[in-house]
Design a protein around this ligand. Sequence first.
Ligand code: UDX
Length: 434
Amino acid sequence: MKITVVGTGYVGLVTGACFSEVGHEVLCVDNNEQKVAMLNRLEMPIYEDGLEAMVRKNVEEGRLRFTSCIKEGTEFSEVIFVAVGTPPGRSGEANLSYVEQVGREVAEHMTSYHLLVEKSTVPVNTSEQLKRTMTKYLRADIDFDVASNPEFLREGRAIPDALNPSRVVVGVESKRALLLLQEVYKPIMERSGCRLLEMDIASAELTKHASNSFLAMKISYINAVSRICELTGANVEKVAEGMGLDPRIGPEFLRAGVGYGGSCFPKDVDAFVHISERLGYSFDLLKDVQKVNREQREHVFSKIKKELWVVENKRIAILGIAFKPGTDDYREAPALYFVNELAEHGATLRLWDPIAAPHFKKEFPQHTYCEDLMECVQDADLVLVMTEWPEIKALDIQALKKAMKSPVMIDGRNVFDPEVLREAGFIYHSVGRL
Ligand code: UDX
C-alpha cells in the first residue's frame, strides 16, 4: 500500500520507517529542506535505537523516500498521516498551526478522495477544525475523510513500540476511512497480535491526552508518596512494590524520582488542562499533577542547598542530562532546571551524558563537559544524578569517593542503594528513602 507521512520528527520518521519495514511504500514529506537533504544522505535528525539501520534498509530496497514537496506527497497516496509538531503555545495550549497548514496544503493539491489521519497529539475536536479548513481550501467538490490515530510510542523504544503496539486506536466516521486504516495496519496487527480499536474521532483524540496524563499522574502520585516516606522513615520503593502487585494498580510508572520530563508528558498535561478549561471544566487533578512535578525538582534542589550550605563556587558534577536513559532528548528534562538554578547560585558545573551532552553543550557552552565519568566527578564537592544511565549504576563507588573532594551524592533517580553508599562513607540523599 502507498502511504504518505507528513512531518519527519520523532513520530513521523519512526512511523514512516516502520510502515515501510512491514512492506508498505512510504513517502515522507517535511517542509524543512535541510532535514530532507539530511535524510536523503541517510543521516538521522534524531537518535533512536535501530532507526538509522531501518531507514537505510528500506530506502535501499526502494520502499522509503523523502521529499519537501507536499504536492508530491498528496499525489503519492490517498492516505496521508499528519505527524507534524504541536508545540506548546504561549499559555500552554497546543499550537496547531502546522496541522492547519498541512490541511490547507493537502486540500489545495487534492484532485481525488483523500484520508487525512491525525497522528500528532492534538486536543479533542481538532478534526472538526481540520475538516472545516480543508473544505474551505478544496479547489473542487472532492470527497475526503479525517481520522484520528494517536501514537503511543516511547522514546528509546520507539521502533519496538511502533511494530508491537499495545493497541491501535482509530477514530473514524466513515466505513471507507476504517477500511483504509485496517489495510494500513494489517501487517502490524498480524505480527503483533494487538487489537485495533475503532471509535469516534473525538474519543480517539481524547485517548491520547487521557493516557499520557494518567501516566504523568501515576508518577506525581508516587512522588507525592515519596515526600510522606521521607517524613516518616518509610521506603518509597517498598511502598511502590507493595502497591504495584495489585493488578488494578500495576508496577509500571511508580518509580519515584526528580519528576517527569521529555517532549510529551509536560506538554500533553499542559495542553489537556488548557483544552479542559476551554471546554468549561477545570481539571484540578491534573493541575496538581503539574504542581507535584514542579515541587519535586525544588525539593531535590533544597537537599543540595541544605547539604552544601553555600552553593557558590562549589564544583558540582551532574551525571545525566537526557530526560531518561536511551535518548539524547533533554526537552523539559529535570537536568535543565538544575543546570540553570545551580549556575544562578554560582556553582561550577561539570556535566556527563553519553549521548545528550554534545547537543546540550551547544546550548550551554559555558559549562565543562566530560566524556569520562571519573573525569567528570574529579574534585567535585557534590555529585548529582539526573538520569539513570547504566554507566552511572556501574560506577566503582570507592574510586568515586577517592576522586571527589567531598563524598556527597544527591541521587535524583534512586540509582544507588543508600546502605551501600553510606557504608562506603558517602553523605547520600535520594528520593523517598532515608
Ligand atoms: C511517553 C509515553 O510513555 C508514551 O506512551 C507517549 O507516546 C509519549 O510520552 P516518553 O516521553 O518517551 O513516552 O517517556 P517515558 O518513558 O514515558 O518517561 C517519561 C518521563 O517520566 C521520564 O522523564 C521518566 O524519567 C519519567 N518517569 C517514568 C518517572 O519519573 N517514573 C516512572 O516510574 C516512569
